[in-house]
Design a protein around this ligand. Structure first.
Ligand code: ZN
Length: 65
């Protein structure tokens, strides 16, 4: 998986958003959209379980850990 988007500081950058979506698609491959994963954003730091769209929101607002 291409992880170069993790270095993008501007979270409104299309490449960053594409990266987040790609990550989520991969993370939820084995799950349904109503299942939860640990949120890897800077605030939750892999401690909180959240559904797909919540994790996306966090990653776009707070950034990847
Ligand atoms: Zn989070």
């Amino acid at each position: 998986m291409d992880k170069s988007w993790l270095n993008i500081k501007n979270r409104a950058d299309r490449a960053y958003i594409r990266g987040v979506d790609g990550f989520l698609e991969w993370a939820y491959t084995q799950l349904g959209v109503n299942d939860m994963i640990r949120c890897p954003c800077k605030r939750c730091m892999n401690t909180e379980f959240k559904v797909h769209y919540r994790v996306r929101e966090d990653l776009l607002k707070k950034g990847f850990l």
